[in-house]
Design a protein around this ligand. Structure first.
Ligand code: DOR
Ligand code: ZN
Ligand code: ZN
Length: 424
């Protein structure tokens, strides 16, 4: 059976067009002004007044399974993903057991196939148990299907181990996704170090804790001439380090998250633990620099760092609460509302950062609407306004600092490999 999407506004890589789109099997067969389906061999979706967009590819997601299924599992995380218009997720290895070997990779792939909603791409740990000491079996994990390596949640403190990891991963065509954090400088900080940390009495973590590790990993990448990817950039100074590295030809890509281009640390003054995230949300200067970085291409990708937690991890005193934001169901609407509606990016530019660039960063396929490409597609009503309500989340993690925010952009269909996986 073919699937025909009629009368929509298609968001291609460089331009929007009013056209029909025909899917056959798992691929986009044809894009044209009018496509007829005479022989009743098509399911037809009328997308009049709607936008047809490439499925979102989220390079940075915590699905929590195995081990922390109370926070999220592959089923609930995948349901949340397709509700958010995400057709492909890369899942971080800080599970229990840590995804540092081929058995766990195989388990995740097996569960994802059973769930059969979005595409799930496991990321392997750089070091055994994410302990920062011994490299994991990157080659065997590659054979089992990882798409990158990362010790996300922690930095690899030892620069020599990080260097070896970059070289070893590169031999297998894999990139390191670098969580950049100098733990000694963080020193137990839970929010950005600045006026609001002083005001609240919450311990601050300085920008330098992030920047030093960004600079170190870029320095390693530059000297080895090996591509790397910097996770969740939150500081104006980090943006600048990456910008100047790119200008001299370093093979570095970078990502940021909606909370870094929408929020500032003014929100921590209410001591709401849903605002606690690592790295922390920072100041207006940083927020504006992150937007600038997204505009000029310094920051290639928008990801969520979807970090679902259970109520008991969050309903405690600020210092003891878990770090993280449940973000996969809100990222498209927030990004559309705060970047496109505000005129910072065009819709095509937004989808490059949410879909095309992520696909390119890790060679994942999909990422654009074009004939012959994977039929990973979303249909959204961009004029529909609604209020974010975590009670409606399919994720087990209700931990959002965006509760009550008014946003535009409602995902109505999510199609993965030509199959409808979510319908509003
Ligand atoms: O806020 C965060 N949550 N930052 C991280 O680096 C890890 C993540 C998690 O796993 O909860
Ligand atoms: Zn991280
Ligand atoms: Zn993370």
């Amino acid at each position: 059976m073919k699937l025909l999407i009629k009368n929509g506004t298609l968001v291609l890589k460089e331009r929007e067009i009013k056209a029909d789109l025909l899917i056959e099997g798992s691929k986009i067969l044809k894009i044209a002004t009018k496509i007829a389906c005479s022989d009743n061999s098509c399911n037809v979706i009328d997308a009049s007044g709607k936008h047809v967009l490439p499925g979102i590819i989220d390079l940075h997601v915590h699905l929590r399974e195995p081990g922390f299924e109370g926070k999220e599992d592959i089923q609930s995380g995948s349901m949340a993903a397709v509700k958010g218009g995400v057709t492909q997720v890369c899942c971080m290895p800080n599970t229990n057991p840590v995804c540092d070997n081929a058995v766990v990779v195989t388990y995740i792939n097996h569960r994802a196939n059973e769930v059969n909603l979005c595409k799930v791409r496991p990321i392997g740990a750089i070091t055994r148990g994410e302990q920062g000491e011994t490299l994991s079996d990157i080659g065997k994990m590659k054979s089992a299907g990882i798409v990158a390596i990362s010790d996300d949640g922690k930095s690899v403190d030892n620069s020599q181990i990080m260097r070896l990891a970059m070289e070893y991963a590169n031999d297998f065509g894999l990139k390191c996704l670098c969580h950049c954090e100098d733990k000694d400088l963080v020193d137990g900080g839970v929010v950005n170090e600045g006026y609001n940390s002083t005001l609240t009495g919450l311990k601050g973590s300085p920008r330098a804790a992030e920047d030093i590790m960004i600079a170190r990993d870029i320095s390693l990448s530059e000297s080895l001439n090996i591509p790397i990817h910097i996770c969740h950039v939150s500081t104006y100074s980090g943006v600048e380090i990456i910008r100047s590295a790119k200008a001299r030809g370093v093979q570095v890509t970078a990502e940021t998250c909606p909370h870094y281009f929408i929020l500032t640390d003014d929100i921590i003054t209410g001591y709401d633990t849903d605002t606690k995230v690592n790295p922390p949300v920072r100041e207006e200067r940083d927020r504006l620099a992150v937007i600038e970085g997204l505009k000029d291409g310094t920051l290639d990708c928008i990801v969520t760092d979807h970090a679902p937690h259970s109520l008991k991890d969050k309903q405690v005193e600020y210092n003891s609460a878990a770090f993280g934001i449940s973000g996969i169901e809100t990222s498209f609407a927030l990004s559309y509302t705060y970047l496109v509606k505000t005129g910072e990016l065009s819709l095509c530019e937004l989808m490059q950062r949410m879909s095309y660039n992520p696909s390119r960063t890790l060679n994942l396929g999909g990422g654009e609407l074009a004939e012959g490409k994977e039929a990973d597609i979303i249909i959204a009503d961009l004029s529909k306004k609604y209020v974010i309500d975590s009670k409606n989340f399919l994720s087990k993690g209700k931990n959002t600092p965006f509760e009550g925010f008014e946003v535009y952009g409602d995902v109505e269909y999510t199609i993965v490999d030509g199959e409808i996986k979510y319908k509003k």
